[in-house]
Design a protein around this ligand. Sequence first.
Ligand code: NAP
Length: 240
Amino acid sequence: MTDRVLITGASRGIGRAAAAAFGKNGYDVIINYNSSYESAKSVCDEIIASGGNAMIYRADVSDPAQVNGMLNAAGGVDILVNNAGIAEQSLFTDITEEMWDRMFNVNIKGIYLCTRAFLPYMLNRKRGRIINISSVWGVSGASCEVHYSASKAAVIGFTKALAKETGLSGITVNCIAPGVIDTDMNMGLDNKILSELKEQTPLNRLGRAEDIAGAILFLASEEASFITGQTIIADGGFTL
Ligand code: NAP
């Protein structure tokens, strides 16, 4: 039977590239989006046009009712990719409680809510993969991104703890910590900063969304079946 995968935040960037990669590799793909309907629909159409199976579903991952609605509409999945996320740059002293709560509501509570919704199906079948997207800033910390870095560090803790709990049920839980990837998320960075980041990267380029999609696809594959609780750093050597 074909494996079904849900990718949160799959309308743009890394999630979109992951949706296309899963579609190309014969998975049934559920594309979650929040505000970018046209973009979500276009990746869905591309998968279907090349003979694959895909559907889109709008849900804000930080809203429990919307996440449960997505479960009711999509049904169980074999692979959950918790990718949806937001970033923001601000001096620590300028971070308001509202900014802090929003960051944590999307970046870590969203993972909790989606996992809470979709894990029981995996537990019943004693089979499943959960792949969470953290960030190198969750490993090393980024100046002017304390709330983002803290939320991404929480994703790594979540991954390790859940992996220990679900191992006996045949479910792996892993994490990818991307470096600087060329997506809309970094649109606000000026060219000087982007070229400095590139120069500090041993592979001498920024990452592409497809680079991270490849790592996600690997963690979902049979070849990765003995890997759990891990954080794969995909950053071109930036944090070496
Ligand atoms: P992006 O291009 O800004 O795309 C973000 C995606 O998340 C969009 O599809 C967006 O959907 C979705 N999203 C945001 N809030 C959501 C919500 N409340 N509910 C559902 N979906 C939501 O970002 P990206 O670069 O692809 O980032 C993807 C993940 O990788 C994030 O977790 C990010 O933190 C992580 N990451 C990125 C980088 C990087 O350099 N780009 C580095 C490390 C880690 P809509 O547009 O439909 O609202």
